[in-house]
Design a protein around this ligand. Structure first.
Ligand SMILES: N[C@@H](CCC(=O)N[C@@H](CS)C(=O)NCC(=O)O)C(=O)O
Length: 307
C-alpha cells in the first residue's frame, strides 16, 4: 500500500503547489477531496488536529505541510529530479520566500474580496492567517499597498525568466517552478486585479503556460472512508531515528505537541516521537478510527513542546 493519497480541495493554492510537483514527477496518485473549512471529521483522525490543506498519506504515514510532503515525494521518487542543476539547498530556502509571498497574496485576495466572501470562510481564514486581532477594514484599505509588495517581487521572477530559460531552474522543470506557480495561479484566479498585474510580466505569462502544460500527474479519486481504512489496515514504515545533535534534546518515545509557529490559533498535534532530524519530526499517535498513525511535520516553522 504505497500509493500517494492527497487530501485536498480543488481551490486550495498550496495543494496546487503539490499537484504541480506530482506532475513534475509524473506520478499516479489518489485524490481525496476534503472540506474547505472545519469541521473536517474524516481528516482529524488522520492528522490528530492539524487542519491545514493539503495533507499527504501513504499507508499509516501522514505528512502535514507542503514542505514535508514535497521532501517525502522526492525521497520516495528521486527521478525526474526536483533539483536539475544541483540547486537543492537554495530551492528549499526559496520555498520560505514563496511561503511569505503566499501570505502576501492571501492578504490581497481577502482584502479585495472581503465584501463578497461567505462570512464563515472570511472569519475562519482571517483568524488563521492574520491572528486574533485581524480586521477586515484594514485588509481592504491595504490592498494597494499589498499589491505594490507583490508586484515588486513578481518582477524579480520576470527578470530571471528574461534570460531565456524555459523553467525557473533552467532548461528542465523543477520544484522551484511548483513553488512559484501556485502563487501565479492564486493571484490570477482569486484577485480581480490579478490578470492585469500579470499582464505586466510577459516572461511569467509564457512560463505559466509551460508549467500548466506539465499537468498534475495521474490523479484517481478515493473516498475519505477508503483512506481511513488504508490507515487502519497499515503500519507506519517510518523507522525509529534519534538525532544526538538536536538542540531541544528531543528523542524517540518522548511525548510532545507540535504546532505551527504562527499566531493562528491552531491546536498542537500530540504524540510520541518516532523520528527526529534537523528537517523533520514524526510522532506516533492513536485514534479509534485509524489505530496508530505516524504524523510528520517539518521542523522549520513548527514549535515542538515536550510533555
Ligand atoms: N504551511 C502550510 C500552509 C498550508 C495552508 O495554509 N493551506 C491553506 C489552504 S491553501 C489552508 O490550510 N487553509 C485552511 C484550510 O484548508 O482549512 C503548507 O505549506 O502546507
Amino acid at each position: 500500500m504505497n500509493e500517494i493519497i492527497l487530501h485536498h480541495y480543488p481551490a486550495s493554492p498550496v495543494s496546487e503547489k503539490v499537484r504541480v510537483a506530482l506532475g513534475i514527477k509524473k506520478l499516479a496518485w489518489r485524490s481525496v477531496e476534503i472540506p474547505r473549512v472545519p469541521p473536517k471529521p474524516d481528516v482529524m483522525p488522520l492528522s490528530g488536529g492539524y487542519r491545514r490543506t493539503p495533507i499527504m498519506q501513504v499507508g499509516a504515514d501522514i505528512y502535514c505541510d507542503s514542505h514535508c510532503i514535497l521532501r517525502e515525494i522526492n525521497r520516495r521518487y528521486p527521478k525526474p529530479a526536483f533539483f536539475p542543476g544541483e540547486s537543492e539547498g537554495v530551492t528549499w530556502a526559496l520555498g520560505r520566500w514563496t511561503d511569505a509571498l503566499f501570505d502576501t497574496a492571501v492578504r490581497l485576495s481577502m482584502g479585495a474580496n472581503a465584501d463578497q466572501l461567505p462570512d464563515a470562510f472570511l472569519q475562519d481564514r482571517g483568524r488563521l492567517f492574520f491572528g486574533p486581532t485581524w480586521n477586515a477594514g484594514k485588509l481592504k484599505g491595504d490592498v494597494p499597498h499589498v499589491a505594490s509588495q507583490l508586484r515588486a517581487q513578481f518582477a524579480w521572477i520576470d527578470l530571471q525568466l528574461g534570460d531565456g530559460r524555459d523553467y525557473l531552474p533552467g532548461a528542465a522543470p523543477g520544484l522551484f517552478d511548483a513553488m512559484f506557480y501556485y502563487l501565479v495561479w492564486f493571484v490570477r484566479g482569486r484577485w480581480q486585479g490579478g490578470p492585469n498585474l500579470l499582464a505586466e510580466f510577459p516572461q511569467i505569462e509564457k512560463w505559466e503556460q509551460r508549467v500548466k502544460a506539465l499537468g498534475h500527474g495521474k490523479p484517481a479519486p478515493m473516498t475519505p472512508a477508503e483512506a481511513i481504512e488504508i490507515a487502519r489496515k497499515n503500519e507506519t514504515t517510518t523507522p525509529e531515528q534519534a538525532d544526538p545533535q538536536d538542540p531541544l534534546g528531543l528523542r524517540p518515545h518522548q511525548r510532545v505537541g507540535v504546532v505551527a509557529e504562527t499566531d493562528s490559533g491552531e491546536t498542537p498535534v500530540e504524540g510520541v516521537i518516532r523520528f527526529v532530524s534537523a528537517d523533520t519530526i514524526a510522532i506516533l499517535r492513536e485514534d479509534p478510527r485509524v489505530g496508530t498513525v505516524c504524523v510528520h511535520f517539518p521542523r522549520v516553522g513548527y514549535r515542538v513542546a515536550v510533555g
